[in-house]
Design a protein around this ligand. Structure first.
Ligand code: CA
Length: 220
């Protein structure tokens, strides 16, 4: 059963959402402020987040940035009275998947929730990645470069996978830390640099460019 987190401070609206979603077969949790919302929103506990923008404690946009920064990938649908195009753009840029302006029809929200949940993240996570000369198979933990097997440790594998999912993008040390080593890892650690060094040795240093003061870019 899909678990939906609702971060919304208007109690009448959150009660309405809970009733509707529960009768549609979802389990729901409601949180009424941004600080609590940001701390409980995690991929392990929820499959989707419905997020209000105007929230006490912490603005919805900041909640969204915080959880994406932490590496949470659950789909987020913003639900808000702010319907200016610029609000919509900043919401999507901060990592939202969809955006519904208030007032809205419950059926429309439901349709969008279903569309987001249909993309099964578990199966997406298992897709073979082919980027340039490198092929990575998450199911078998098999990596090849130009057809030759490359032996990688579990961390090296996850780090490479993160790079392959974002070719040509600059990834910060913090992003790589939170994705590969998990939330709570010491941000002052040089473990990312050490492991990028390992990948360079095994796959060729030309793939991994250091972006000074920021992090690394993988180039196929
Ligand atoms: Ca509100």
């Amino acid at each position: 059963m899909n678990r939906i987190l609702i971060v919304e401070d208007e109690q009448r609206l959150s009660a309405f959402l809970e009733r509707g979603l529960r009768s549609s077969g979802y389990t729901t949790t409601v949180v009424g402020d941004g600080v609590a919302g940001a701390s409980v929103a995690s991929d392990d506990d929820f499959d989707l987040l419905i997020l209000d923008m105007g929230l006490p404690g912490k603005d919805g946009l900041d909640v969204l940035r915080e959880i994406r920064e932490r590496g949470e990938r659950l789909p987020v649908i913003i639900l808000t009275a702010r319907s200016e195009a610029s609000d919509r753009v900043s919401g999507l840029e901060a990592g939202a998947d969809d955006y519904i302006g208030k007032p809205f029809h419950f059926e429309e929200l439901l349709a969008r929730i279903r569309a987001r949940l249909r993309k099964d993240p578990a199966s997406e996570d298992q897709a073979v990645l082919r980027v340039g000369r490198i092929v990575l198979d998450p199911r078998t933990h098999w990596v090849t470069a130009d057809g030759s097997t490359v032996e990688l440790s579990a961390r090296e594998f996850e780090l490479l996978r993160t790079f392959l999912e974002h070719p040509d993008q600059v990834l910060s040390r913090e992003q790589l830390l939170s994705r590969v080593w998990g939330f709570g890892y010491d941000p002052g650690s040089n473990v990312v640099d050490v492991y990028v060094g390992y990948l360079r040795r095994k796959l060729g240093s030309a793939h991994f460019t250091t972006v000074r003061g920021v992090g690394y870019r993988f180039t196929p």
